[in-house]
Design a protein around this ligand. Structure first.
Ligand SMILES: [Cu+2]
Length: 461
């Protein structure tokens, strides 16, 4: 996949706008590797004596580069792509090098990077390097700092990576459409000093939202708020890779947000500190323990923790609607309604009518309803104890003993030690606690009868 073929030196100026779009047709432009699957690729190890912990892009990959003298050369191709968002559902998006999001770009502070961008879209585009310190003419704002890259053309961006951190790239041309279609990617700049901010595992994803009608493939680009697919790396649960870590590892999770709303990202079982934003590293004195961190629109947050609690720990956006798939927002609320009385009359008018939701909507997590093709259930995913009733922005941090360094393969369900799983007890309902007139106790004990399994005794009232 990685192109290491020889290079015939040509000045970048001569290449700019050369109009060569092919993958390696021109000797002067590095091959543009392409990815056909939404499968997590192994981290791309550093080369040339550089030392850093490469990132793991959930359901993604890192773009190989070519060395050319002092420069690291990358080739991005903006193009229509087909992205599997979860098994059973594909979206027709725009992206880079075969997928949305585009490949993660990784390099090292101080590196000189030369990034070729070919446009295979039906309209013009540019790339903006979000959060990075670049010369103004490399900032990628179409019309303001550069002419647009017309379809069929190739432009080149050149800059020195002045600071390390967590950044992203996206078009700054017809942004509303191009980002609604999935054009985005992560740009990770590792510190020059390998000991600075070192972690054992480093995960990265970027949040996007799509509005794809059930049974269709194309996002509605005019949607502003009512999206129905909330994605990490253009994947939705149960299609999002787990974050697999070895017990004791120091772990970083880098999260970008290119949706139209904020996402409070919550992780179970541990506390963490935000150590990096798209502005740079957070000084230790400004960090605070958190279990949820809000990632604003157009921002990145990287947080770190020591994975010292083994288990399967949920990680998700805490906006409950963002852990659903294919949300219909016009569904009526029937919680508490006596549907038994209503179903008969309604069925006379709507013969296929199904009463749902009068006891909550959890029943949707287990049922299999006929659905249009290419549509995901709203609440889905099964764990070892049953349906999880989740979708969208949800995954699992899997902390396990004794994994090999860098082993990110899904280890399966966590095996809970004997006696450490919440379980049913048979408890008789007690009278609600009441203040007793002749008691001085402020907290009179409730009368609870715990019944041993197998007992036939019932509560005494
Ligand atoms: Cu959210």
């Amino acid at each position: 996949m990685i192109s290491r073929r020889g290079f015939i030196g040509t000045s970048a100026v001569a290449l700019a706008g050369a109009g060569v779009v092919g993958r390696a047709e021109a000797a002067a432009i590095p091959e543009a590797p392409s990815m056909a699957a939404a499968t997590m690729q192994p981290p791309l190890a550093p080369a040339n004596g550089q030392d850093y912990q490469p990132v793991v892009t959930l359901n993604g990959w890192t773009l190989p580069w070519r060395d050319n003298g002092e420069w690291k050369e990358f080739h991005l191709v903006a193009e229509p792509v087909v992205r599997e968002m979860a098994p059973g559902m594909k979206a027709h998006l725009w992206g880079y090098n075969g997928q949305s999001p585009g490949p993660t770009i990784e390099a090292v502070e101080g590196d000189k990077v030369r990034i070729f961008v070919s446009n295979r879209l039906p309209e013009h585009t540019t790339i903006h390097w979000h959060g990075m310190r670049v010369p103004n003419g490399m900032d990628g704002v179409g019309g303001l700092t550069q002419p647009h890259i017309e379809p069929g053309k190739t432009f080149v961006y050149e800059f020195v990576l002045k600071k390390s951190g967590t950044f992203m790239y996206h078009p700054h041309a017809d942004e509303m459409v191009q980002m609604a279609m999935g054009m985005m990617g992560l740009f990770i700049v590792h510190p020059r000093d390998p000991k600075f901010q070192r972690v054992d595992r480093d995960f990265a994803f970027i949040m996007a939202s799509y509005d794809i009608d059930p049974g269709s493939y194309l996002p509605r680009v005019m949607t502003m708020t009512e999206f129905n697919l909330w994605a990490w790396n253009s994947r939705v649960f149960p299609g999002i890779d787990p974050l697999v870590v070895r017990r004791g590892d120091r772990v970083r999770v880098r999260v970008g947000n290119l949706t139209m709303t904020n996402h409070p990202i919550h992780m179970h079982g541990h506390d963490f500190e935000v150590t990096c934003t798209d502005g740079g590293w957070v000084p230790a004195s400004a960090r605070r323990p958190e279990a949820t961190t809000d990632v604003p629109v157009g921002a990145l947050r990287a947080f770190e923790f020591v994975a010292d609690e083994p288990g399967d720990w949920a990680i998700h956006c805490h906006k409950a609607h963002h852990t659903m798939n294919s949300m219909g927002h016009t569904v009526k609320t029937f919680v508490g309604a006596r549907m038994r009385d209503l179903t008969g009359p309604i069925k006379k008018i709507v013969p296929n009518y199904m009463a749902m939701g009068s006891r909550g909507m959890a029943e949707m997590g287990a049922m299999e309803m006929p659905m249009p093709e290419n549509t995901l259930p709203m609440m889905t995913g099964f764990g070892q104890y049953g349906p999880m009733e989740m979708g969208g922005m949800f995954s699992v941090v899997k902390v396990r003993e004794g994994l090999a360094v860098g082993d990110c393969k899904d280890p399966g369900d966590y095996r809970h030690p004997e006696g450490t799983v919440a379980h049913e007890v048979q408890a008789a309902a007690a009278e609600p606690p009441r203040r007793s007139d002749n008691s001085s106790s402020r907290h009179p004990a409730a009368e609870v009868t715990v019944i041993k399994p197998g007992s036939t005794t019932h509560s005494h009232h």
